[in-house]
Design a protein around this ligand. Structure first.
Ligand SMILES: [Zn+2]
Length: 546
């Protein structure tokens, strides 16, 4: 889900546009299903294949995990230390915790509008109802109440639905999440948190050059909603009227900011480098779906061109509430736009929020086709959420198609619980797994939801009975289905069997062979996958697991 509320779409899109300008990227056995207790849904499934490679060390780790299954805090310690590969679905402003926004607001002489529970940038007039943030920070109760309002903490006492509280949070801290002010700190927080959980790779969603793209969209030829096939006229107009200039500007700005980020992390220092230096970060260029058709198309066209030209931007996505009136009205139009651009630039990788809906939130008719159109028309390689899959027409055929095409689903358990109130046996995770759809676990908005990715691994184990080999497979999936370029380390991913170039190698224990070294040298994806395998070997040989 993305941080826009009905009526706030454009403003937030612009905010994220600034963000984008700012943010950067870096370089930075047999699986047995576990018999689950009666408190858990029926989970007679197994993620891993019987031929997934195992080892005595993997088996020991799996046994430790099962021995402590009844003790979630122990499992938490396990999954935090466990290598998890990548987080492929994360919105930067939603990933930062409210405490950080409050600190920045205090440093920046912001006020707090207590009635609206919103940070107000300077110059602001201090009063009883709008105290300075730094003053309010001294009052524990008031500070705690504000953190509740800027997140979904203590949701039971929020006085509104999780959906509404979630989106209201973004409006509350929005003024302090200006990336021109704090982009480096925002990414530093998220990447350091990833490093502390043994997450090595992030794909972060951002909007780039939003204001300029909207301005251009205002002048381009109108889109006829009835003519869903040909967007060539609009694309050519955009290319002839400055889209390329905006792409170049975004690239220069992005790369400058990457340099600043890495310098601030001291990544070149052997003694002072921050943990985030070990996290590879790539970006996804996002489009706001609650804008008018011309604005949406111009954003898409820009995002496709940027992803084609800039190696740090590895794909595109579509964000903002899927249940918003405009998002529902124009859903098929948007899918057709993406499908058209995909036909023009087939090398650009596409992930789409689709099916982040539930019965009652929208009309039943709106639950029947979003995921299918994202897969079939828009050619998405990954689906974000996919919660309503079993409401789709012919859901089992659709899941079979996703499996056959290798379309992964990004599962965000806590987000779906908080925003949609879909959890436990009502969540389709077990059904995706049973159908053989590639699954990854993702955080969505870890700051607002007060979680981290380790929590989602724990939740998958606790609520759905996933075993260590299951989780290991999902971690491998997160790099296999990442948008990093290059061939895979794996010859097969169902089960995972290493490519012949590296099949005689032991990651992390000795240098790769010549053939493997060549593969790692020419493929960013294989290199990250190699890092993950080395991390697994180190993890599974930790003394406390023996
Ligand atoms: Zn999302």
């Amino acid at each position: 889900m993305e941080n826009t509320t009905p009526g706030r779409g454009l403003r937030t899109a612009k905010l994220l546009g600034a963000l984008a300008a700012l943010i950067m990227s870096v370089n930075g056995c047999a699986t047995q299903s576990v018999e689950t207790g009666s408190a858990r849904p029926s989970l007679n499934r197994s993620v891993g294949s019987a031929t997934d490679a195992s080892s005595p060390a993997t088996d020991r780790a799996a046994a430790w995990f099962e021995a402590h299954r009844h003790r979630p805090p122990m499992l938490r310690a396990f999954v935090q230390r466990m290598p998890k590969g990548g987080d492929l679905h994360s919105h930067l402003s939603g990933a930062v915790y409210a405490e950080s926004y409050l600190e920045w607001a205090a440093e920046g002489n912001f006020c707090v509008d207590l009635a609206a529970q919103r940070l107000v940038p300077p110059p602001c007039k201090e009063s009883d109802q709008t105290p300075l943030a730094k003053t309010l920070m001294q009052k524990t109760a008031a500070r705690d109440a504000l953190i509740n309002k800027l997140s979904t903490r203590n949701l039971d006492f929020a006085g509104q639905s999780g959906h509404d509280q979630f989106f209201a949070s973004f409006g509350g801290f929005g003024a302090a999440s200006n990336p021109y002010e704090h982009g480096v700190e925002m990414l530093t927080e998220v990447a350091n948190r990833a490093a502390s959980q043994n997450i090595q790779y992030l794909e972060i969603m951002l909007t780039f050059e939003s204001d300029a793209v909207y301005e251009l969209a205002g002048k381009m030829p109108k889109i006829d909603p009835q003519d869903l096939g040909d967007f060539g006229k609009q694309r050519q107009w955009l290319l002839a009227n400055g889209l390329g200039t905006l792409v170049n500007r975004a690239r220069i700005d992005l790369n400058n900011r990457v340099r600043t980020y890495r310098e601030s992390l001291k990544c070149d220092s052997p003694t002072e480098a921050q943990p985030a230096c070990n996290v590879t970060v790539r970006l996804i260029a996002q489009t706001n779906r609650v804008s008018q058709p011309e604005q949406v198309f111009a954003q898409f066209a820009f995002a496709f061109e940027l992803a084609k030209a800039e190696p740090l931007v590895v794909g595109i996505n579509l964000v903002a509430p899927e249940d918003h009136t405009v998002a529902l009205r124009d859903y098929s139009l948007h899918m057709t736009m993406v499908g058209y651009l995909a036909s023009q630039l087939p090398e650009v990788k596409i992930s789409l929020h689709a099916g982040e809906l539930t019965m009652g939130l929208v009309r039943p008719e709106d639950l029947r086709f979003h995921i299918r159109q994202a897969v079939e028309i828009a050619k998405a390689r990954r689906i974000g959420h996919g919660v309503d899959i079993l409401h789709e027409d012919e859901p089992f055929e659709l899941m079979a198609k996703m499996k056959q095409r290798g379309v992964a689903v990004e599962i965000c358990l806590t987000s779906n619980d908080v925003i949609l109130n879909v959890k436990g046996a009502d969540h389709p995770l077990p059904d995706y797994l049973k159908a053989g759809v590639p699954v990854v676990l993702a955080s969505d908005d870890e700051g607002v939801a007060r979680i981290d990715l380790s929590n989602e691994f724990l939740r998958a184990a606790r609520d759905y009975g996933l075993t260590y080999p299951d989780l290991k497979r999902l971690a491998r999936n997160s790099l296999e289905y990442s948008f990093l370029p290059g061939e895979s380390l794996w010859r097969s991913n169902a089960p995972y069997i290493m490519a012949s170039a590296c099949s005689a190698d032991a990651p992390g224990t000795r240098p790769p062979s010549e053939s493997c070294d060549k593969l790692l040298g020419r493929s960013e994806r294989a290199l990250e996958q190699w890092r993950l395998e080395a991390a697994f070997i180190e993890f599974e040989n930790l003394s406390w697991l023996r």
